[in-house]
Write a new protein. Structure first.
Length: 229
């Protein structure tokens, strides 16, 4: 009978960034993409808030795959996306991406080492990235001022009765499009009850849109966070 064995191995990972890299930004955003996306494409959404006051960092998930079947097109023509995890070897996948995101955050913060006042940190997760963010901020080393959950929810296994310091001290914003095909009104109500019954303060923002990041809502929210409103 075969037995499972494990090793740790080194690999390369990539992230993309917008905004000043000289430590002059007052905010540092980490934006976590959804299932089947790539960071280079995802970060373009945030050009709308790249006004010189924000350093915006988009890590790419470690697992890439072809988005269409092998018989649909030659490999050179098949689009590629990435995923943060699957159900296979689930817990180790989570541990790996938390450690990876901590490394990205540490690298990004090096650029602010000369600042007397550290940048205000914002973490945004979209779609599959919402669960990724929920696990990262509660199990990793990052302590953001603001957490944005867009087009998804916090991971179901997260114990909100004892979520640690981050969810108690960060402002939490949940944005769901009214035509988001991956959510339902019942699911929104269920998550609302889950958060409120656990005493986790948050803001729910519904807007007329589908499963995507609304440029207008992103600009509005970024301005609101910057002003402290």
């Amino acid at each position: 009978m075969s037995r499972e064995h494990r090793i740790e191995t080194r690999r390369s990972a990539r992230y993309y960034a917008l905004g000043p890299d000289d430590g002059s930004a007052s905010e540092l955003w980490f934006v976590i993409h959804g299932y089947g996306q790539l960071a280079a494409q995802f970060i373009r959404v945030f050009e709308a808030i790249d006004d010189g006051t924000r350093r915006i960092v988009a890590p790419e998930a470690l697992n890439r795959f072809y988005l269409v079947a092998a018989d649909s097109a030659p490999a050179a023509d098949r689009p590629v996306g990435a995923t943060w995890m699957t159900r296979e070897d689930r817990e180790h996948e989570i541990e790996d991406y938390i450690a990876y995101l901590d490394r990205v955050a540490s690298k990004a913060l090096e650029g602010f080492a000369a600042q007397s006042v550290p940048p205000r940190m914002v973490v945004l997760g979209f779609s599959q990235g919402t669960a990724t963010v929920g696990r990262w901020i509660t199990r990793g080393t990052i302590r953001p001022a603001h957490v944005i959950i867009w087009g998804g929810f916090l991971p179901p296994e997260l114990d909100l009765s004892s979520p640690g310091e981050t969810l108690r001290t960060s402002s939490l914003h949940v944005l769901i499009g009214e035509r988001d095909r991956f959510t339902s009104a019942d699911r929104v109500v269920e998550e609302d009850q889950r958060l409120r019954s656990s005493g986790v303060p948050y803001e729910l923002i519904r807007y007329p849109g589908g499963h995507g990041i609304s440029r207008e809502r992103l600009i509005e929210l970024a301005r609101s966070l910057a002003s402290g409103a």
